[in-house]
Write a protein that binds this ligand. Structure first.
Ligand code: SAH
Length: 244
């Protein structure tokens, strides 16, 4: 998977790409991240990437030419890559979009700054606008990192153990069960007995029940869309009884 990130702050990505899962994916040759400095595609002495808005008003707008030139320099055709613009007006990013994007071979991510980018780029060169939530950041770089990190975990082979992504919260429509590690007793706080029992069926059932419980309490909206089997529905009934 190739990520091309169009930004005026390419150095922003240095440290995050040297740590954790992104780093491992790069080292293993499974992903490659190419920060593209938009200033390299300007034609004036000051390497200007922004200008005042037509119609007046506050703030600056990112000029279309450097963005289009940077896109052209990548020589991609619509079939090899999706062009994504990070924007608070986009589709709200979630695990199902991450999954959809992980199936692509190449993602080009445009990071806005200031008031955002000239609308004509969005209208003519962008396949998808993505928001990471209903709040305003100062730039698209953090948002691009969020998307890269979520997508990169789903690229086959990037995670050490395939199962860890499959069980994650959201992957099967609900939140994940709680985790415990050693010591068994810590400051008098005990690990649930069933996890020490060695009874794999009982552990699986407990985990499913706790996943359903936390989802029911914190994110009941997810339960309405989740894929639940008859056993889950039975567990949910029990949990509702317990709650009352
Ligand atoms: N004036 C714009 C906000 C611009 S913020 C508006 O009100 O909609 C500057 C840049 O930060 C945006 O172009 C976008 O690339 C990025 N950005 C800000 N908030 C974001 C969010 N929630 N999700 C994704 N990108 C965001």
């Amino acid at each position: 998977m190739i990520f091309d990130i169009l930004t005026i702050f390419p150095d922003f990505f240095r440290s995050p790409l040297r740590e954790g899962v992104l780093h491992r994916g790069i080292e293993a040759g499974l992903i490659s991240v190419n920060p593209v400095n938009l200033r390299d595609f300007t034609s004036d002495r000051h390497r200007t990437t922004d200008d005042r808005p037509f119609g007046g008003g506050e703030g600056m707008v990112m000029k279309p030419e450097p963005i289009l030139r940077a896109l052209e320099s990548l020589q991609i055709s619509p079939s090899d890559a999706k062009v994504i613009l990070m924007s608070p007006r986009g589709r709200v990013f979630d695990q199902s979009i991450a999954q959809e994007l992980a199936e692509q071979g190449r993602l080009v991510i445009i990071c806005g700054r200031y008031e955002g980018i000239d609308q004509r780029i969005s209208d003519h060169c962008v396949d998808m606008e993505l928001s990471i939530g209903d709040y305003i950041l100062s730039g698209g770089e953090v948002a691009a990192l969020v998307v890269m990190e979520a997508v990169c975990r789903l690229v086959p082979g990037v995670l050490g153990c395939g199962d860890s992504a499959r069980n994650d919260s959201f992957s099967n429509g609900i939140l994940e069960h709680p985790h415990y590690t050693r010591p068994r007793s810590f400051r008098g706080w005990e690990v649930p007995q069933v996890l020490l029992s060695g009874d794999h069926a009982a552990i699986a059932k407990w985990r499913r029940r706790e996943a359903l419980r936390v989802t029911m309490c914190r994110r009941p909206d997810l339960l309405e869309r989740a894929r639940l089997d008859p056993e889950d529905l039975k567990l949910l009934d029990e949990l509702r009884e317990e709650k009352h």
